[in-house]
Design a protein around this ligand. Structure first.
Ligand SMILES: *[C@@H]1O[C@H](CO)[C@@H](O)[C@H](O)[C@H]1NC(C)=O
Ligand SMILES: *[C@@H]1O[C@H](CO)[C@@H](O)[C@H](O)[C@H]1NC(C)=O
Ligand SMILES: *[C@@H]1O[C@H](CO)[C@@H](O)[C@H](O)[C@H]1NC(C)=O
Ligand SMILES: *[C@@H]1O[C@H](CO)[C@@H](O)[C@H](O)[C@H]1NC(C)=O
Ligand SMILES: *[C@@H]1O[C@H](CO)[C@@H](O)[C@H](O)[C@H]1NC(C)=O
Ligand SMILES: *[C@@H]1O[C@H](CO)[C@@H](O)[C@H](O)[C@H]1NC(C)=O
Ligand SMILES: *[C@@H]1O[C@H](CO)[C@@H](O)[C@H](O)[C@H]1NC(C)=O
Ligand SMILES: *[C@@H]1O[C@H](CO)[C@@H](O)[C@H](O)[C@H]1NC(C)=O
Ligand SMILES: *[C@@H]1O[C@H](CO)[C@@H](O)[C@H](O)[C@H]1NC(C)=O
Ligand SMILES: *[C@@H]1O[C@H](CO)[C@@H](O)[C@H](O)[C@H]1NC(C)=O
Ligand SMILES: *[C@@H]1O[C@H](CO)[C@@H](O)[C@H](O)[C@H]1NC(C)=O
Length: 836
């Protein structure tokens, strides 16, 4: 009986095994299909990390069956690739397999073939065992079993035969010889995957750009603008950030391809040519399980191809497109035509150029092998050249014929030089005599300028003989590519001091608005002296802190930019890192790395979290601040005086390492001392040295004073601003009192008193007392402070007691109580005496 049962079991097992063989035989059962196995309607392959799924599907309201790849587990199916788009299977009898000749086949049970992949008949592979694997990138790779999932050894892969969707991290090859490619073709309608009327591809002319075509009329509908090695110039808001964004790569085999890098695999993104000809960039929001549209082109505005006709310019005004003819062109029968014919002398003496700034450059550019200096004269000498420009990252571009599809942006874009006849240039007619004078004057001026530059250069050379404090930036700030550049080009992004280090990314305010949910209150991290700070998530998923500067910095655009570049070069582990910035109209924003542990005060003055800061952590924080400050004062090439050092400006990273924030602000805001009314710096009273608060004098020693106050706060766990005991109204007085009475240990936070290293703590108190001496001269410098903190047995000088002679007691009280005031750099104006 038992044996019979056993036999029965075994037989059942064998039968089941045989039945299930196709499934069991697969090594990675769900993501691969081997030659000899079949995928029936209803079965699916799932990529290893369960990102994509492959199988038969029917679109909405349809019974037709297609083999496709879609996102795994999404409520509403989003199809990224379709095999038999023009030849669906009707009914449920479809099968997907690797055919005996080595191509992928969609057929039905009767052997009717609906679709096959075209494989290159490679004799070596014909007899090999093949496998097809669905990758987490959405790519389907046909290869030998030994090369499963290896795209560099693929026999066939779906990403070379896309339908309407581009997926990140996959390659789109350019065909430089064949002209425009039409890689992506839209669906016919929203629910019909068959070949539609619109395609998207790459036009390599001039410098590559993405174009969308209406295949019915063979007209262009939209283009991205030329690739300048960093962005598509017609979409200035589409910045490449960190490990995120488009790159153009020269492959080993001489081919070139575009790739959209997205290092964050948990962030789903796709680019799509919709059935109606609209290009979209979408990202998936897992919280609401929906695709968000990040970019949609063309809208009804100026993005529509050649919206204003040839030689016209489209500008946006109150969101509506407005058309104008370019300078030197007049409206005639609804077209823009040249006012005066070009002279086009053989030596080109009578034509000139006008600038059109901030534009999306015209279509059909020719790339001319010329330097920046020769670009203009080359155009002038060529009668068919109607415009030119020179772009970093591309080179000299010129245009023949009409200027097509030009849009003028409010911000960003390039400068176009349009060729006009002399009479249309708007130059004042000048007699030959004034020409001579002008030439002489100009010549003299040029000489002066050259002399000045030479002098500057020599000064610089001199200065550089001693160490210049050069800090090399690790190339992570703007990793737009793996370093490849068009040969002979340096990417001058912003005119920085040197060409060391990558450019500081410029963000558009739209990106930052999107990142912070429109500066929503829920994302507000705090309010600094110079404006509010919001948490944001960049399109790549990176978390950042965005500081929106109050609009009265009083600094010019150029100075601000230069200042930013310098500050971005400051790199120290105890300084918060600047990742980028934004300047748009009045708007100025700074993008910093995000610190998950917020600021020191959220721990130090929080009754529950305070205990997390044991002495070891506090001492580490003290040392870190000291080193960061020393770097600002001495080791950086800028010599920055912080001027607003306080607990809330000390941020903490995951490991509770301190990072000083707001450190370039004093510099940025103190830039021009002449405009007194715009030049207000908000300091915080309890931290201000007497000479700064009373006389507006600041020096490195005023920072040392603030550091001393910080030290006392960290050691005592008490806020200087709100400290009260029966006989002291502030922490510094209290500290002095205890110091004089010889019991400084009473200052130590009771929470850590028993566990702390007493010697270290007392040493720190001693240093703090030295730092808060009212005589700036007697205060140590930060380098001595660092030395004193680190040296174990150094004997320290005795601090001098608070010097009350120079200040009356009312002033002193005001000074030491926590009050925020506005201090202009010229004179002290206490505009706001509101106790907190
Ligand atoms: C899946 O395949 C990979 C290599 O193709 C192998 O290393 C791995 O062990 C397989 N996993 C399973 C569960 O068989
Ligand atoms: C799925 O699609 C339906 C119909 O289009 C829509 O109403 C619903 O909101 C979608 N669900 C999600 C999660 O997007
Ligand atoms: C491969 O075989 C299928 C049928 O199995 C056929 O339709 C297809 O044309 C063949 N492809 C090549 C390249 O021979
Ligand atoms: C295979 O090649 C034929 C002829 O070149 C072409 O008509 C067909 O569309 C190709 N099929 C695929 C799936 O690319
Ligand atoms: C293909 O696989 C079968 C069964 O695993 C094996 O017998 C055969 O030798 C393999 N063929 C090649 C060319 O590797
Ligand atoms: C580009 O087009 C030419 C001509 O049709 C063709 O020979 C070549 O293989 C194509 N290159 C690529 C990368 O597709
Ligand atoms: C696509 O073109 C065909 C033929 O020109 C036309 O009948 C159809 O309406 C077009 N479809 C769309 C979505 O424009
Ligand atoms: C594409 O071209 C066809 C035929 O000229 C036209 O009917 C259709 O409106 C065009 N589509 C778009 C989006 O312009
Ligand atoms: C330019 O050409 C004109 C006539 O075409 C000639 O008279 C003049 O000398 C030329 N100027 C130069 C600088 O070559
Ligand atoms: C003249 O300029 C046009 C327009 O850019 C260009 O196509 C052509 O090759 C140029 N001719 C010469 C001789 O450089
Ligand atoms: C990746 O993206 C997800 C979803 O947007 C985000 O939560 C996560 O922080 C990102 N990871 C990194 C390393 O940026």
């Amino acid at each position: 009986m038992l044996i019979q049962n056993m036999a029965h079991l075994i037989i059942t097992f064998i039968v089941v095994s045989i039945y299930l063989t196709p499934v069991f035989a697969q090594t990675n059962s769900s993501s691969r299909l081997n030659q000899g196995q079949v995928l029936r309607d209803g079965d699916t392959l799932v990529s290893p990390q369960q990102v994509f799924e492959l199988g038969f599907f029917s679109p909405l309201n349809s019974n037709l069956k297609y083999v496709g790849i879609w996102y795994y587990g999404h409520q509403n199916r989003t199809v990224a690739w379709v095999a038999n788009r023009d030849n669906p299977v009707s009914g449920n009898s479809g099968v997907f397999r690797i055919g005996s000749n080595g191509s992928l086949v969609v057929s039905d049970r009767n052997g009717v073939v609906y679709w096959t992949s075209n494989r290159s008949t490679d004799g070596n592979n014909l007899n090999a065992n093949l496998t097809v694997m669905l990758m987490d990138s959405g790519n389907l790779i046909l290869s030998t079993v030994g090369n499963a999932g290896d795209d560099s050894n693929a026999i066939w892969q779906s990403c070379h035969h896309p339908t309407d969707t581009y997926l990140p991290n996959l390659r789109v090859y350019l065909n430089l010889t064949n002209g425009i490619t039409r890689d992506f073709v839209s669906w016919k309608t929203e629910n019909d995957p068959s070949t539609g009327n619109y395609s998207m591809g790459i036009d390599p002319q001039g410098s590559p750009q993405i174009v969308v075509l209406n295949d019915t009329s063979n007209r262009r509908l939209w283009r991205s603008g030329h690739w300048n090695n960093q962005i598509f110039t017609g979409v200035p808001q589409m910045r490449s950030l960190l490990q995120f964004g488009f790159r153009l790569v020269q492959a080993n085999n001489g081919l070139m391809y575009f790739i959209f890098n997205n290092a964050n695999t948990s962030l789903l993104m796709r680019f799509l040519i919709q059935w109606n000809g609209v290009v979209q960039q979408l990202s998936y929001d897992t919280r609401i399980s929906q695709w968000n549209v990040m970019l949609s082109q063309p809208t009804s505005g100026c993005e529509t191809y050649n919206r204003c006709g040839n030689n016209g310019v489209c500008r946006r005004s109150n969101a509506a497109p407005v058309c104008n003819c370019m300078q030197g062109f007049d409206q005639s029968n609804g077209r823009c035509v040249r006012r005066s014919q070009l002279a086009c002398d053989s030596n080109g003496t009578n034509d000139g150029f006008v600038q059109l700034t901030d534009v999306k450059l015209p279509d059909f550019a020719d790339l001319v092998g010329a330097s920046r200096d020769d670009c203009e004269s080359l155009c002038l000498r060529n009668c068919s050249c109607n415009a030119y420009t020179y772009l970093n990252g591309i080179g000299c571009l010129s245009w023949a014929g009409d200027l097509i599809d030009v849009e003028q942006f409010e911000q960003g874009g390039e400068t176009l030089y349009i060729r006009l006849a002399d009479s249309d240039l708007g130059r004042t007619k000048s007699s030959s005599k004034t020409v001579v004078i002008a030439v002489t004057v100009t010549g003299a001026l040029i000489l002066v300028v050259i002399a000045w530059f030479l002098w500057r250069y020599r000064q610089k050379l001199k200065g550089c003989q001693s160490p210049c404090g050069e800090t090399k930036i690790p190339p992570s700030v703007f990793e737009a590519s793996d370093g490849q550049q068009i040969p002979g080009e340096t990417s001058e992004h912003l005119e920085g001091e040197g060409k060391d280090g990558p450019p500081l990314p410029l963000f558009s305010s739209r990106v930052l608005e999107f990142a912070t949910d429109g500066f929503a209150n829920k994302n507000k991290l705090g309010q600094g002296g110079f404006g509010p700070v919001h948490k944001g998530i960049l399109p790549g998923g990176q978390e950042v802190a965005v500081k929106r500067l109050s609009k009265t910095s009083g600094q010019g655009l150029v100075e601000f930019k230069n200042e930013m570049i310098l500050i971005a070069k400051l790199q120290h582990r105890n300084l918060v890192r600047l990742l980028g910035y934004c300047i748009e109209g009045e708007e100025r924003m700074l993008v910093y790395e995000y610190m998950p542990n917020k600021s020191l005060d959220s721990f130090l003055f929080d009754e529950t979290k305070k205990a997390e800061l044991d002495w070891k952590k506090r001492f580490n924080i003290i040392e870190g601040i000291a080193r960061g400050l020393l770097y600002l004062h001495r080791d950086s090439r800028l010599r920055i005086i912080h001027r607003d050092l306080k607990v809330s400006n000390i941020l903490l990273d995951e490991e509770m390492n301190p990072k000083i924030s707001d450190f370039g602000m004093a510099r940025i805001f103190g830039g021009n001392q002449n405009e007194a009314n715009t030049n207000r710096v908000v300091g915080t009273y309890g931290y201000m040295s007497p000479e700064y608060a009373m006389e507006g004098l600041f020096s490195v020693k005023s920072d040392v004073y603030s550091f001393g106050v910080l030290l006392l706060e960290i050691i005592s766990g008490q806020r200087n601003n709100s400290f009260r005991t029966p006989d002291s109204t502030n922490l510094i007085r209290h500290a002095w009192k205890l110091w004089k009475e010889g019991k400084p240990e009473e200052l130590i936070d009771p929470l850590i008193l028993d566990s702390c290293n007493k010697t270290e703590a007392l040493q720190c108190i001693h240093v703090a007392m030295l730092c808060v001496q009212s005589s700036a001269v007697q205060r140590p410098t930060m380098s001595s402070v660092v030395f004193m903190l680190e040296g174990e047995n150094t004997s320290l000088p005795q601090p001098n007691e608070l010097d009350m002679t120079s200040l009356n007691s009312a002033e002193m009280d005001l000074l030491m109580e926590g009050r925020e005031i506005n201090v202009s750099s010229n004179d002290v104006t206490i505009t706001e005496v509101s106790g907190r």
